[in-house]
Ligand binder design. Structure first.
Ligand SMILES: Cc1cc2nc3c(=O)[nH]c(=O)nc-3n(C[C@H](O)[C@H](O)[C@H](O)COP(=O)(O)OP(=O)(O)OC[C@H]3O[C@@H](n4cnc5c(N)ncnc54)[C@H](O)[C@@H]3O)c2cc1C
Length: 309
């Protein structure tokens, strides 16, 4: 139930309702999490060391580098925040103590602000992860396809940036922010599958899963949230690759079999070299695209137009 956005004096702090299962299965039956040790050092000491190094050596280029998955230059502090190993206040204090003040630092601080904003949304909409803030979306004509959803989760959509990003989750338990937007847009708009499916999948697979930021992120992508991206904004994964992974370094890290293509352009769109793609498909090394990007974009725009009107 939505509460009114009004300040109440002497409001006592109430705990949120949780949907956690009583039986706690911390580790999945599959051992893919064993690789996480290569990427993460849990604990408060590790979190403090990570943020201090980030502030002294990397934060000054955050605004320029933050959108590049191939550079991998964001702070990766999110799992530490999620497990309470560091607090946003400590991060802000450390930045203030560094006396650094520039565009990059301000951009970083504003991202911490988005996290807080997500929490305020969750406070006012306890069912943020299951119900669209914009009621018009309750009747959105979502498709239903278990097969397409499974291919998305497995990184077998035939769209390399999407597939590489989904593989990053299996490798690291984490995904770059730009890619969360790309895979999210692909699921919700190109595949026209309900955003709550993606939200739940991220719940199970991200080390930094956070009830507020995850739900707010998915609602933003679906265009049904408080600060939703405009409905006509459909991320084109090919253009996103050209802009944010121009040498295809990120894609080739996760899908090395695409190295046989002789240009970044054909790595981004393997179907442009049909003969080579056919040979990969035959050897079960890659797949044909599961949707046509242009047609599926138009289908999404029609569905959104219907909902809007
Ligand atoms: C569909 C979708 C799902 C997401 N799910 C989660 C989630 O479950 N948990 C989570 O922590 N973040 C989530 N985010 C936000 C963002 O992707 C991650 O916080 C960020 O990628 C974490 O990496 P980092 O620590 O290197 O971020 P940095 O870029 O270094 O940012 C520093 C911190 O600022 C906060 N922050 C940055 N971007 C955002 C944002 N867009 N919204 C809210 N806070 C932000 C995070 O706490 C982050 O750790 C999601 C975004 C989208 C689009």
């Amino acid at each position: 139930m939505n509460k009114k956005f009004s300040y109440q004096k002497n409001t006592s702090i109430k705990s949120f309702k949780h949907n956690e299962k009583t039986k706690i299965n911390f580790l999945s039956n599959r051992s893919w999490y064993e690789k996480f040790n290569n990427y993460w050092s849990p604990g408060e000491d590790a979190a403090l060391e990570k943020i201090e190094t980030y502030i002294s050596s990397h934060i000054d280029k955050y605004d320029v580098n933050r959108n590049r998955p191939d550079f991998d230059q964001t702070s990766r502090i999110s799992p530490h925040l999620r497990f309470g190993e560091i607090s946003p206040r400590v991060i802000i204090e450390k930045i203030q103590n560094s006396k650094k003040s520039n565009n990059a630092v301000n951009t970083y601080l504003s991202e911490i602000g988005w996290r807080e904003f997500s929490y305020s949304l969750l406070y006012y909409s306890e069912d943020l992860s299951t119900k669209p803030i914009n009621p018009k979306f309750k009747k959105f004509p979502w498709r239903s396809s278990k097969k397409d959803f499974a291919l998305w989760t497995e990184g077998k959509t035939g769209i390399p940036l999407v597939d590489a990003a989904m593989s990053q989750i299996y490798e690291e338990g984490w995904m770059h922010n730009r890619l969360r937007m790309v895979v999210g847009s692909f699921l919700v708009k190109n595949l026209l599958l309900n955003w709550t499916l993606g939200e739940r999948y991220f719940q199970k697979s991200l080390l930094d899963y956070d009830e507020a930021s995850n739900a707010a992120g998915w609602q933003w992508i679906a265009g049904c949230g408080a600060d939703a991206s405009p409905y006509f904004r459909v991320f084109n994964p090919v253009l996103q690759s050209e802009k944010f992974d121009p040498q295809a370094k990120f894609i080739l890290k996760y899908i090395p079999q695409l190295k046989i293509f002789n240009s970044s352009k054909t790595v981004f769109e393997p179907y442009l070299d049909k003969k080579l793609l056919d040979s990969l498909v035959k050897e079960k090394k890659y797949v044909n695209p599961i949707v046509d990007l242009k047609e599926s974009r138009n289908r999404a725009l029609d569905a959104y137009q219907q909902t809007k009107s």
